[in-house]
Design a protein around this ligand. Structure first.
Ligand SMILES: Cc1cc2nc3c(=O)[nH]c(=O)nc-3n(C[C@H](O)[C@H](O)[C@H](O)COP(=O)(O)OP(=O)(O)OC[C@H]3O[C@@H](n4cnc5c(N)ncnc54)[C@H](O)[C@@H]3O)c2cc1C
Length: 388
């Protein structure tokens, strides 16, 4: 959506296909990072954007074993917004769609599902799609695969995926939030489990991290044991944990970390989760996808205007965004292997790892995770002028 918006804003014709009828799905991340808010400012949309209902997280905090911990403090970032905005992704997407529609070249087709590629020789020249109006064949000088971590575009293009592995899955559910709740957005690391709480106004969006493939064991132990685990992580939830009355309220997110070896083929480029599914550590997937979109628009807009986009241009997008992807995934994998795996296997008292000791002893060090999470590696800036 961000890429479609930016290209239409740059005066190009864009068709955005979305297979669902709306964006109103629970199963999406909720974080809008300071870097994305900075892009909104560069686009002149920040004030309007911040009028949408959201919560602000100026810090991420929690507990490691019995130790209280501030994981990140965004107060020193060189950005206008020194906080993560927690906002349902559907509001963010609808906002972009609404602004995209102001440009002549923007066309968003809902319930239109890409099913295959149109190829001429070795070049991709469009997509086949299904829609309520019937089957479509949409031709384009460039197909962008932005269809997430189960991307059909990358599969049909035969792009090679490198799986990096993840030792955990996530259970995702809500608990109600009271105005006097004293909790902040953050994470709780306890022996055998990790629990994350995101302040979503009148409810807590909760993530409960479990060892990979262990959901059946969690189910076997039963809802009572699950609720007791939640309360042992956050005792405050004792008065509302029985809101979870059914496993249907607890969604499983199977975590995958992967990336494409090559993000492009002649006539086709993948970005976002389609090019690199991220670990949920740090909640950076949306941020990276948005940054990819900005970099891609900056690089392809002028060649697209000229009529053709060669593979050399697409290679530039990968070269620009592969480095931040690799660095971020590397950090996530080190965290997965050195911290998450140990915590999930942990029994008895947890031994705080070095980074926890440092963050507790030297508060200024909280600026480092804040920078990595809030801005990311190699933040992008809008480089495509508006051409109405
Ligand atoms: C439960 C959960 C919680 C998460 N929490 C966070 C978080 O807090 N912070 C964070 O930064 N990240 C989070 N993430 C990750 C984040 O949602 C993704 O990294 C991010 O959305 C990737 O953006 P994307 O545009 O590349 O892909 P997606 O957001 O997956 O978007 C792909 C879109 O393409 C559509 N689509 C798919 N196939 C087709 C097709 N064939 N034809 C047409 N349309 C198609 C899909 O319906 C979807 O709308 C979370 C993910 C999940 C599942």
């Amino acid at each position: 959506m961000m890429l479609g918006f930016l290209l239409a804003r740059a005066g190009l014709d864009v068709v955005v296909l979305e297979k669902h009828a709306d964006f109103l799905r629970d199963f999406r991340g909720d974080t809008i990072h300071p870097s994305t808010l900075e892009l909104m400012h560069e686009l002149g949309l920040l004030d309007e954007f911040l009028k949408l209902p959201h919560q602000r997280a100026p810090q991420l905090s929690g507990r490691f074993g019995h130790l209280p911990l501030t994981l990140a403090d965004f107060g020193h970032l060189p950005t206008r917004c020194k906080f993560i905005a927690l906002m349902p992704q559907w509001d963010f997407l609808n906002f972009l769609a609404e602004h995209g529609r102001r440009y002549r070249g923007f066309r968003l087709m809902m319930r239109a599902e890409a099913t295959g590629l149109i190829e001429e020789g070795s070049r991709v020249v469009g997509v086949h799609a299904t829609s309520p109006q019937g089957d479509l064949a949409i031709r384009s000088p460039l197909v962008m695969g932005c269809d997430g971590r189960h991307s059909i575009v990358r599969e049909k293009a035969g792009l090679v995926v490198e799986a990096l592995g993840a030792p955990m899955d996530v259970l995702w559910f809500r608990l109600s939030r009271r105005p006097d709740d004293s909790l902040a957005t953050g994470g709780f690391f306890l022996p055998g489990r990790i629990f994350v709480t995101l302040n979503r106004g009148d409810y807590w969006q909760c993530a409960y991290v479990i060892p990979k493939g262990s959901v059946e064991e969690v189910h076997r132990k039963g809802l009572l044991a699950f609720r007791a685990d939640i309360v042992s992580a956050v005792p405050m939830f004792d008065d509302r944990v029985d809101e979870i009355a059914d496993w249907d309220q607890v969604k499983l997110l199977t975590v995958a970390v992967d990336r494409l070896k090559r993000w492009y083929r002649s006539g086709l480029l993948c970005i976002g989760d389609a090019a690199h599914a991220m670990s949920p550590i740090g909640g950076v997937g949306i941020n990276l996808a948005v940054q990819d979109a900005v970099a891609a628009a900056n690089i392809v807009a002028e060649p697209l205007r000229a009529g053709t986009v060669g593979e050399d241009v697409l290679a530039k997008v990968q070269a620009r965004r592969e480095f931040p992807t690799r660095v971020t995934q590397r950090i996530q994998i080190v965290m997965q292997e050195r911290v998450i795996r140990n915590v999930l296997a942990g029994q008895g008292e947890l031994k705080p790892p070095l980074f926890v000791k440092l963050l507790r002893a030297f508060p200024f060090m909280r600026r480092i995770p804040a920078r990595i999470l809030g801005l990311g590696v190699r933040p992008e800036h809008i480089g495509t002028p508006e051409r109405a």
